[in-house]
Design a protein around this ligand. Structure first.
Ligand code: FAD
Ligand code: SF4
Length: 591
């Protein structure tokens, strides 16, 4: 029988970016908050202290800071006619665990959405007609605009000490920034990070192509900074151990460095690490949550009653918890009804590598997770999709997060995968090559969805989350176009040789190859409860004291990395809870 804890005002599942933001905002409002995190507690000191954090074998092979897949994972298949099998080894995406979540080992690229990303479906319909959207493409508008979100996107940038160069402030274009961005009320809190050779070359190539390059906005501090919560960050030293690792230097924004120092001192906040939440408990009406049940560090079942339940467990696990708890109706792709699991999408990522002779010193071992150069000339309304025949835009960028022998060193085409010729190619190219990444949007489709697996269970006896996903012709076509553009630009820079990995016609999603942890959708926000799980405040349409915060809310994946929008949405939802919900608990939007 479960041990029952005293009731609290709010229980938060997961202590990554969204959990930390909600905990800060709700404890500010005077609520008693308990946060349950399935992984261990950790902090910069001692967990990421030099030199032990700087270990590629531990970080990038043994995946010390990522979720172990032995207790809980997902099953994956390409189509509903296939049998899904468990994801047993980290490959395509890397869910986080432990205090800070994936927010400790992310890279730091910190984008805002474009205004047209927020009214995506209407914008495509307006520009190219309703028939341009295929029948199986289930793309939607977000139910809020860029202007609604702007103050919250700004707040997240302040908390993260984001380094960048504004492109448009109060409608006025700024030199050197992104002229296509949505208007912002003020500049980034810090100026851009220094550039390395790949980024310099990117600016040169972009100019040749007539593109408007700008520094990637990045939450790797370019100088000393104190955020609005009083948390200090030090300038990044370009150590090259950002992605997959916690920052040794208090330079990369993370919940641990930027929010938890404040939360940990609060009497109305309690963090319980090693607490695996199994389900959200509902009352007999199934319209109200009474709290959650979790396993504590000793493996005992504990019930935590609460007035508010905030799912902050990362996109995939928010959807899983909703499905196993019976919140909302599971999506059925045959009848195209139900909302939990609907509109799953991923990121369309490809790479172009440029090899030079020994006069060109790219020094890939130097790196800053998010920093580099990019451009939006092929994104949003800049792209003539009608002419190109696919929906969605994308970016090309030069980013140098740090390369090493274990994480992989690029070698030219034709090099064997092992042996003395491979070793020679590594020695010849390590310091004399760099790459551009091509990151495209990914649409949502009726046939790509999340559901409960009928066969496989996790260590706690719950059905695993099943992912049914494959690349569709639209994304393959887009990948070929963007890679072709990146190759054209690369050739203007006169490399000795150049490699591009566009998706081939009919190519399937490959779960063994890392492609980004930008998994989206499955419990989306919308204006219509028949097609969305959450209303505009990320509140469940079905159980009004449950909120699901994260990229699960995106109706489709836009061309950017998701966390800027995830953080903005977390502040937007927290503001609605503080200013509206607490005064009048219940549905904030009438269905
Ligand atoms: C290597 C890497 C690089 C990345 N780089 C970028 C980048 O440059 N830019 C960008 O925008 N995004 C990037 N991302 C993605 C980014 O990390 C996520 O978008 C962001 O962390 C999501 O925040 P979140 O709060 O939704 O989830 P998380 O930060 O993952 O936090 C969720 C927490 O919930 C916990 N949890 C899950 N289930 C349960 C449960 N049942 N009970 C209790 N706790 C639970 C998890 O353990 C985890 O700690 C990257 C991700 C990775 C892995
Ligand atoms: S590159 Fe900079 S931000 Fe990243 S881990 Fe190293 S010091 Fe921290």
């Amino acid at each position: 029988m479960a041990n029952v804890k005293p009731k609290v005002d709010a229980v938060i599942v997961g202590m990554g970016w969204t959990g930390a933001i909600l905990a800060k905002e709700l404890t500010d409002a005077g609520l008693n908050v308990v946060a349950l995190e399935r992984g261990a507690d950790r902090d910069t000191q001692p967990d990421f202290a030099y030199p032990k954090a700087i270990d590629e074998l531990e970080g990038s092979v043994h995946r010390r800071f990522l979720q172990g897949l032995n207790q809980e994972t997902v099953t994956i298949r390409h189509t509903s006619a296939d049998t899904a099998v468990p994801y047993r080894q980290i490959g395509s995406f890397k869910p986080g665990t432990g205090v800070g979540g994936a927010g400790t080992h992310w890279s730091g690229c910190h984008f805002r959405p474009l205004p047209e990303d927020m009214n995506f479906r209407s914008n495509v319909e307006q520009r190219f007609g309703k028939k341009f959207i295929a029948d199986d493409m289930t793309i939607e508008d977000f139910p809020i605009s860029y202007d609604d979100l702007e103050p919250h996107l700004d707040m997240f940038e302040r908390v993260c000490g984001t380094a960048g160069r504004a492109g448009k402030i109060n409608g006025v274009i700024q030199p050197g920034g992104n002229p296509f961005e949505g208007s912002r009320t003020r500049d980034y809190p810090l100026g851009p990070n220094p550039e390395y050779l790949g980024a310099e070359m990117f600016h040169k190539g972009a100019k040749e192509m007539g593109w408007h390059s700008y520094p990637i906005p990045t939450s790797n501090a370019s100088g000393p900074y104190t955020n609005p919560y009083g948390c200090q960050m030090g300038p990044c030293n370009a150590c090259g151990f950002c992605s997959d690792y916690g920052c040794i230097n208090y330079s990369k924004a993370s919940p641990n460095a930027c929010i938890l120092p404040v939360l940990r001192q609060r009497g109305n906040f309690e963090l319980r690490a090693n607490s695996q939440v199994l389900k959200v408990n509902l009352d007999s009406t199934k319209k109200k949550a009474t709290g959650v049940t979790y396993l504590d560090a000793q493996g005992r079942e504990v019930e935590q009653p609460a007035d508010l339940v905030l799912l902050c467990a990362f996109q995939l696990y928010n959807v899983h918890l909703m499905l196993v708890s019976g919140i909302g109706t599971p999506y059925d792709p045959v009848s195209n009804t139900g909302t939990i699991g609907r509109n799953y999408s991923y990121q369309n990522l490809n790479r172009v590598v440029l090899f030079y002779d020994k006069d060109v010193q790219a020094n890939q071992f130097i790196g800053i997770g998010g920093a580099g150069a990019t451009m939006d000339d092929l994104n949003g309304n800049q792209l003539d999709n009608g002419k190109l025949g696919f929906v969605g835009g994308g970016l090309v960028w030069a980013r140098q997060p740090g390369a090493g022998p274990v994480r992989g060193i690029n070698v030219p085409a034709g090099t064997p995968n092992w042996g003395s010729k491979w070793k020679q190619a590594v020695a010849d190219n390590f310091r004399h090559s760099f790459y551009f990444e091509v990151q495209g949007a990914c649409m949502s489709y009726r046939q790509n969805y999340l559901s409960l697996d009928p066969t496989y269970k996790d260590a706690f006896g719950r059905p695993l989350l099943r992912m049914t996903f494959d690349w569709q012709q639209n994304e393959i076509k887009a990948s070929q176009f963007f890679v072709d553009q990146a190759l054209k630009m690369g050739r203007t820079l006169n490399p000795l040789s150049i490699l591009g990995d566009a998706k081939k016609d009919g190519e399937h999603y490959n779960i063994t190859k890392y492609q980004s942890t930008h998994t989206c959708g499955g419990a989306t926000m919308g204006s219509n409860p028949a097609t969305s799980a959450l209303n505009r405040y990320l509140q469940s349409w079905d159980v009004s004291n449950v909120f699901a915060i994260g990229a699960n809310a995106f109706p489709q994946n836009n061309g950017y990395n998701p966390t800027g929008l995830v953080g903005g949405l977390a502040y937007w939802a927290a503001t609605a809870i503080r200013e509206k919900y607490l005064k009048n608990p219940g549905p904030m939007v009438q269905a």
